[in-house]
Design a protein around this ligand. Structure first.
Ligand code: RAM
Length: 361
């Protein structure tokens, strides 16, 4: 075994076994070895070479928040397609529930043990995965978060679906227009710890501070945990608790679908407005039957594709995760890393009766 792969194997053992065991098996490390496998080495290392050739034959593991969620199925398929085109291998692992953070930690450790070259992770929680992800990085594995970030020091780069601020503010703007800038509103979110939803909700609350919303009152943030049944029940509960509710924002594809399903079969259909983030295929029927006027989303497959291309660019040394670095993402064009290694896919699309039939995802 080459020294570097031995070091990686030893460090992978350290990821899942006690440190003393790993130290015994991998004794006699040099200073350099200690630095590389010592955990917590998180700052971008080395120099980016934008002209470095793209490596082939890599393995990139996708770890979504939740595997049985059509949004992640589309996103990860986009990643798979890109990796096939690039001559690298794709694999996907992940929990069934969007509130299984310890499950996500185990999957990070599994990918580390399997010595993938890179992993793309949508984090259920900003901090819970950090120890495992830092261990992966100290084993030489490149870590990209996509869709939902960790703390910046726990990954090399974050592929963001759209400007978080833009998303939060526009969802409030969409709903406020629909309710005539007056009345009680609620948010139906995903998991209480989800980095992406919590960031958007922060911007929604800030947007609501504008005097033009002085007659709009946010009465509750409810959590449906990206579970269809829980989201349905939470919607029902919101309307029982707040009979004057005028609108709901659900910034989750699972939540908005379940809320639309509830409203469409109730006396609130068309009266209580609903917007947020949904897929056109999930929401088409609720647009057509008058339950929902408009909602938004980005193309999840493009998000997955960009995550895969970012992972390969990192593993090839074209980028390291520093602000200002640029790379070519195939036909998607050139991307520049922003502050904290954030790469943004672009602007979301607003879907309504006029355009929804043009989209199939
Ligand atoms: C759900 C997940 C995902 C989020 C979308 C909008 O599928 O919570 O993280 O980005 O909704």
């Amino acid at each position: 075994m080459r020294k570097s792969s031995l070091r990686r194997a030893c460090a992978a053992v350290a990821a899942v076994a006690s440190l003393s065991l790993a130290a015994t098996a991998c004794g006699g490390t040099t200073k350099n070895d200690v630095e590389e496998s010592g955990g917590g080495a998180t700052a971008p290392t080395g120099r980016a070479d934008p002209h470095a050739p793209l490596k082939k034959g890599l393995t990139v593991g996708f770890l979504p928040k939740q595997v049985n969620n059509p949004y992640f199925t589309s996103a990860d398929k986009g990643g798979q397609k890109a990796l096939t085109e690039l001559g690298s291998a794709y694999k996907e692992v992940g929990p069934n529930s969007a509130t299984d953070t310890s499950g996500q930690v185990s999957y990070v450790n599994t990918l580390t043990q399997q010595q993938v070259d890179a992993m793309a992770v949508s984090a259920q929680d900003p901090g819970a995965l950090c120890t495992a992800l830092k261990q992966a990085m100290s084993n030489g594995i490149k870590v990209v978060t996509y869709d939902s970030d960790t703390k910046p020091e726990c990954r090399n780069a974050f592929v963001s679906q759209a400007g978080a601020e833009d998303l939060g503010r526009t969802e409030v703007q969409l709903l406020a227009e629909q309710i005539g800038y007056k009345g009680e509103i609620a948010i139906l979110s995903a998991a209480q710890t989800a980095t992406n939803q919590n960031t958007w909700i922060g911007y929604m609350k800030d947007e609501l501070k504008d005097p033009k919303y002085k007659n709009v009152k946010l009465v509750k943030v409810a959590y449906g945990n990206d579970d269809a049944q829980q989201s349905f029940q939470q919607t029902q509960g919101l309307l029982q608790q707040y009979p004057d509710l005028k609108g709901i924002i659900a910034p989750t594809t699972v939540g908005i679908k379940a809320a639309a399903q509830y409203l469409s079969g109730s006396r609130y259909k068309g009266k209580v407005k609903l917007t947020g983030l949904g897929t056109p295929n999930d929401m088409r029927r609720y647009i057509k039957n008058g339950t929902v006027d408009a909602f938004e989303l980005w193309d999840p497959a493009r998000l997955g594709e960009l995550a895969a291309r970012t992972a390969v660019a990192l593993a090839s040394g074209q980028i390291t995760g520093k602000a200002g670095e640029t790379f070519e993402a195939g036909a998607m064009g050139t991307f520049t890393l922003g502050e904290d290694g954030v790469i943004s896919l672009g602007k979301p699309t607003v879907f309504d009766a006029g355009n929804i039939d043009r989209f199939d995802f």
